[in-house]
Design a protein around this ligand. Structure first.
Ligand code: NAG
Ligand code: NAG
Length: 567
């Protein structure tokens, strides 16, 4: 027999049987772990205020540093896009809650806009009652739908006046303004909100806002600004936690934590001590920078050593990394009721063995090189490669480094950069399946993971990338002024994981994939052109069944001829 019919037969059988086909996958696929999550595990999706709400100057909201940054022009955001309207979420509350219900999630993680509640940023100046009412109604609507709110106090949109007047996070007094704001939120919403996140990904906020200038407020204070900003953010976090602990906890019985984003850093050569050290350094500069003060009372030793040494080499009297006093150390230590983690991708890390060219910077302080494996699927982004095993390693690392804290995954997801209206997001399904499975393995390894937040509910404003990166379960047509939402295939898939609380067995999990893709092609066409709808109905009602029947017939014929040729 010639090889070709064999191939054909194989494919036809694969198409027809679908579920039964066992392909030889990568080692990772081969080690797929079937099982379910602990009872009570919380599934959710997330978003942030600036990325979705729009209504940037409505109902008394003050401007944020991101409003100023996007309005300044000068090519700061791809395509000079703004988030003035974004997903128009401020006016779409009821619709978006329907989308959340459709996903069957247990929780929704979103952020409050500080300048919507306090237009100048200062509680003593003015409280915007319309802002309070907006979030209050939203929280009520979520609870009515049995969805637990997980509320972030600050997701990057600092009130512009705090920046202009006081220098934003460069100023130590920001801790008091934040604490006042936090107390207002605990007071107004804490009777109903039991999960608080003080800051979301403060590392990016400090690094891109005060070092590279890619984010608002766009400052380039190389090698100093980011450490100072982080220092004040950590203190502000601790102060808010203490406020909650001493004033609100007894009445409200909630939890307050922080959410830290970090990619996994894997040594290029696991037998080379220099690479192992470099990878460890990568993680300490990324996660340890914030987590170590909060869990152990001070910055990681390696940061203090490196930045101190390099500062001395520059002729500075004191380290560019600020120092916590003994009192501050004990005040900050232990100020997180859970560890929030954001994670998207992985890097290979190796020691940098060439001298740095430019002056002081975060990059030069770390002395390492980040690499990617060209075989990793990249989903169209230069940053986000799908490497599920890195997630398990990061979760295990966090467990051992910080004394087995309760962990909530606060962000994890995949973007698509293509502009086309592609709702059949097979790549996101693959990413979700892989990453969630590695999280399940981490739980089996012993990590105390309580919940998972997939990022994000909607396609939204992606900071300096404008609307070019789409992370949403729901596609948003930004060109249409009504900003309509369309479900991608991953909605159906995630919903199945949520409902089954994991991956019960191969047969069922495989069927989810096919069912998810059935719906999306129809939605795809609806989005592309309404007039095509009738055509599509013909395709699903006539063409699909015909093709399927034909496939079965061909398979049967080929199978018979195969059996005959073998006998
Ligand atoms: C820091 O903020 C305070 C107000 O809280 C202000 O008086 C002071 O001038 C600010 N410092 C700088 C350097 O802007
Ligand atoms: C948190 O509050 C409780 C009850 O008031 C108190 O006993 C405890 O010492 C506080 N924790 C910290 C670290 O201050």
């Amino acid at each position: 027999m010639k090889p070709v019919p064999f191939v054909t037969l194989w494919w036809v059988l694969l198409l027809v049987s679908g579920l039964g086909a066992t392909r030889k996958g990568s080692p990772e696929e081969a080690s797929f772990y079937y099982g379910t999550f602990p009872p009570g595990f919380s599934w959710g999706v997330g978003s942030s205020a600036f990325q979705t709400e729009g209504a940037w100057d409505q109902d008394g909201k003050g401007p944020s540093i991101w409003d100023a940054f996007t309005h300044s022009g000068k090519g700061k955001v791809l395509g000079e896009e703004t988030a003035d309207v974004a997903c128009n979420g401020y006016y779409r509350v009821q619709e978006d809650i329907i989308l959340l219900r459709e996903l069957h999630v247990n929780h929704y993680r979103f952020s409050l806009s500080w300048p919507r509640l306090l237009p100048t940023g200062v509680r003593g100046d003015q409280v915007n009652e319309k802002g309070i009412k907006f979030y209050s109604d939203f929280i009520d609507a979520l609870l009515k739908s049995n969805i637990t709110p997980i509320v972030t106090l600050h997701h990057w949109d600092l009130p512009q006046l705090l920046q202009v007047k006081y220098g934003g996070w460069q100023n130590a007094s920001m801790t008091n303004y934040f604490s006042d704001y936090a107390n207002l939120c605990f007071e107004a919403f804490g009777d109903r909100v039991k999960y608080w996140v003080t800051f979301s990904d403060p590392r990016t906020m400090a690094e891109k806002g005060y070092e590279t200038g890619h984010h608002a407020p766009g400052l380039k204070l190389h090698g100093t600004g980011l450490y100072k900003a982080a220092h004040h953010i950590i203190k502000a976090h601790a102060q808010a936690w203490h406020s909650y602990n001493s004033t609100w906890r007894s009445r409200q019985q909630g939890l307050v934590g922080i959410s830290l984003n970090c990619d996994w850093g894997e040594p290029v050569d696991t037998s080379n001590p220099k690479d192992i050290e470099a990878a460890e350094r990568y993680l300490q500069f990324c996660l340890g920078w914030f987590a170590n003060p909060i869990y152990a009372g001070d910055y990681p030793q390696v940061m203090k050593e490196r930045i101190g040494r390099k500062s001395a080499e520059q002729g500075l009297d004191v380290s560019r990394l600020p120092v916590f006093s003994l009192q501050e150390k004990s005040y900050i230590k232990g100020t997180s009721d859970f560890l929030g983690l954001g994670h998207f991708t992985t890097r290979y890390i190796t020691e940098r063995n060439y001298p740095s060219r430019r002056g002081p910077s975060y990059q030069n302080d770390r002395d390492l090189v980040e690499l990617v494996d060209p075989n990793w699927p990249d989903l169209g982004s230069q940053w986000l490669y799908s490497v599920p095993w890195g997630f398990r390693r990061l979760l295990n690392y966090a467990q051992t480094q910080y004394g087995d804290p309760p962990i909530y995954v606060m962000e994890n997801g995949a973007s698509q950069t293509l502009h086309c209206t592609q709702l059949c997001d097979k790549w996101r399904i693959k990413y979700l399946k892989g990453y969630i499975n590695e999280m399940l393995k981490a739980i089996k390894d012993g990590a105390n993971i309580k919940g998972y937040t997939s990022w994000s509910l909607l396609d939204q404003f992606e900071w300096e990338k404008g609307y070019s990166n789409r992370y949403g379960f729901y596609y948003v047509e930004f060109n249409n002024r009504n900003k309509p939402r369309y479900p991608k295939a991953s909605v159906q898939y995630y919903k199945k994981i949520v409902t089954a609380n994991g991956f019960p067995n191969p047969r069922e999990v495989e069927s989810w994939y096919f069912k998810a893709l059935e719906t999306c092609s129809i939605n795809n066409q609806m989005l592309a052109a309404e007039p095509l709808l009738s055509h599509m109905q013909m395709v699903t009602e006539i063409v699909v069944p015909t093709v399927c029947t034909l496939c079965v017939l061909i398979a049967a014929v080929l199978l018979m001829s195969l059996l005959r040729s073998q006998s």
